[in-house]
Design a protein around this ligand. Structure first.
Ligand code: LR7
Ligand code: MN
Length: 568
């Protein structure tokens, strides 16, 4: 660049300046082009064999990628109407627009989703990470976009290796083609692909990946994620500071229909909770002191798919319950175990990773076994002490069922690690968790004189809906299990009965200061709502309309009996 143009000859001088500017422009254009086409340039370096069948397939696939589609994490739309229709079909069948994913660059750019305050931290971790990604019949472009995001968003010196574990996928695409892609397009990165020879389920697949990894820290990801800028540094830095901290990033949503990377704003996020039916849920941050913090904060549980843990600590603390099959349960098992056995589970607000949330599982399990139920029964017996009663109300058939298998190893582990009780966990880690039969006025079925019971009418755990009435079941089924809490809530886990002006009663989210959710149980059996000055009234009909609030008349339709009433 140190060229000088002659100053005296104006014409020559102008041409000279023009040439220099042109050279500079061309130089930068070439540079940009090279950056944009990182994949292609790597491919060229590798002298691929153009007649190889995988090469032909890959080139055909690569030629259909639409440059810049979905860049900046934006939701995308296919212009081609045939593709669009195929995309809709795929969404119905696989819960994911696979056509769109195939057209979108594997190394698409993402915007920085973090709270702006995060940029003020500097992290200088010295630990390295093994990123373990497991998959079963995931499509190639989704797996590779996960891999590319890890490569592009992680400083090279922190990424020890990526380990892909194929849980014996049956789709042809993910077999040889992925290996070929890694051998040609990603040759210069340390990526291992492990094929399991029979389907082991996601828990044992993760264990297999962990067994062959050698980095300081294990980071597990589902195979449909996208990591964002500086996601890894705060995870490694926190583990360096506290090796028994197990960490989850904020998990953002990648929409299954248009692959938009969407956040709930950059400041608000939730942490992990659970339901007594053994499911993971998102809950608001409970401690006021933790709200708005950008440093790692306590999380009672984790979703399970995306987390970082010191590799040696992972084994010390009991890795996974290897007898857990298929899908589900391992996330709460690990959450309870970590807390009860001396570790900590934290959400790291300055680390964010997107995950494609699918409406249903696009795969099935051998024999259609309820692996979530069975796995949760295992963890309930091992970790929940007496509180397991609250889970087994949901799954009575599993309580003493031989399908749950032998638990000796896990109970021995709990003894060996000298772990705390589940009560300790509830008291110290998650004191806000509602316990439906402790320190409450009354609980159980709520029956009227006509043998009809309050019923949630199979309301889904994440919805709100009318409080209904149904014939009382001969056993205490969960749909009819209600509590009159010490705060006067007529409550079912996270839902509270709320009275409305139009005389309806709905199950809505509990807000302890909401007067319409406050009820009094009188000795004569009336359930009174002081805010509306009305009584809970049945009409003896088996529908949601069978229940309302009405003027208190001491009638037979206003008399209720809880199965258990505490004498206070
Ligand atoms: O048999 C199987 N073998 C596998 O390898 C079935 C699945 N898998 C793979 C699959 O390809 C995927 O990469 O396992 C991974 C997880 O399966 P998903 O994506 O179908 O599960 P999910 O995202 O619906 O479920 C969440 O809960 C699971 C309970 O077992 C796991 O812990 C998942 O990892 C977990 N996902 C997350 O935590 C992402 C955030 C979701 C939330 C909330
Ligand atoms: Mn997933």
């Amino acid at each position: 660049m140190f060229v000088r143009c002659p100053r005296n000859k104006r014409f020559v001088s102008r041409i000279c300046v023009f040439v220099i500017v042109l050279v500079i422009v061309i130089y930068f254009m070439r540079k940009m082009q090279r950056n944009n086409e990182a994949i292609v340039s790597e491919q060229l370096q590798n002298n691929v064999d153009e007649s190889n069948e995988y090469e032909i397939k890959l080139r055909a696939y690569e030629s259909k990628i639409i440059p810049n589609l979905g860049n900046n994490g934006e939701g995308a739309y296919l212009e081609n109407s045939e593709d669009r229709e195929m995309g809709k079909e795929a969404l119905k069948k696989l819960a994911l627009n696979t056509v769109l994913s195939d057209r979108m660059p594997l190394n698409r750019t993402l915007r920085d989703p973090r709270n702006p305050g995060c940029t003020e931290f500097t992290y200088n971790p010295t630990l390295t990470a093994s990123v373990v990604i497991i998959f079963y019949n995931e499509i190639l472009s989704v797996i590779l976009r996960t891999v590319w995001s890890v490569i592009l968003q992680t400083p090279k010196h922190l990424l020890h290796e990526i380990i892909l574990v194929d849980d014996a996928s049956t789709e042809e695409d993910v077999q040889g083609l992925l290996q070929y892609y890694l051998d040609t397009r990603l040759k210069n990165h340390n990526i291992k692909l492990l094929h399991l020879n029979h389907r082991m389920g996601l828990i044992r697949a993760r264990l297999q990946g962990a067994r062959i990894s050698t980095g300081d820290v294990l980071i597990f990801l589902d195979a449909h994620c996208e990591a964002t800028v500086s996601w890894m540094e705060p995870l490694l830095a926190r583990i360096e500071e506290e090796r028994t901290a197990v960490l989850v990033p904020i998990i953002d949503v990648i929409e299954a229909n248009n692959l938009a990377y969407s956040t709930n704003g950059d400041t608000s996020f939730q942490v992990g909770g659970f339901t007594w039916s053994g499911h993971f849920t998102w809950i608001d941050i409970q401690d006021d002191d933790d709200k708005g913090k950008l440093t790692p904060i306590k999380s009672p549980t984790m979703a399970g798919g995306l987390f970082a843990i010191d590799r040696k600590y992972f084994w010390e603390i009991g890795s996974y319950d290897e007898q857990m099959d298929g899908w589900g349960g391992e996330n709460l098992e690990m959450s309870f175990r970590i807390w009860q056995c001396g570790g900590r589970l934290e959400t790291v607000p300055c680390s964010r990773v997107g995950h494609i949330f699918r409406d249903f599982h696009p795969y099935s399990f051998p024999d259609n076994k309820d692996t979530h139920g069975i796995n949760t029964a295992r963890l309930a017996h091992v970790w929940m002490d007496d509180y397991k009663r609250l889970f087994f109300i949901h799954q009575p058939a599993l309580e003493n069922n031989p399908v749950i298998g032998d638990l000796t190893h896990r109970t021995q582990l709990r003894k060996k690690l000298k772990c705390q009780s589940f009560k300790w966990y509830l008291d110290n880690v998650y004191p806000e968790k509602f316990i439906p039969d402790e320190n409450v006025y009354a609980y159980g079925q709520v029956r009227n004189k006509f043998d009809m019971c309050l019923d949630d009418l199979q309301l889904q755990e994440d919805k709100i809906g009318p409080l209904g009435l149904y014939q009382c079941h001969p056993y205490l089924a969960m749909s009819q299990y209600f509590t009159l809490s010490s705060k006067g809530e007529l409550r079912k886990e996270q839902f509270c009965a709320e009275a409305f002006d139009n005389f309806e009663v709905q199950l809505t989210g509990c807000h302890s200061h909401n007067r319409e959710q406050f009820w009094l149980l009188f000795k004569n059996g009336t359930i009174y709502n002081p805010s509306l000055k009305k009584c809970l009234t049945s009409e003896g009909v088996e529908t949601s309309k069978g229940l309302r609030i009405d003027t208190c008349k001491n009638s037979m339709h206003q008399k209720w009996k809880f199965t258990y009433v505490n004498s206070t």
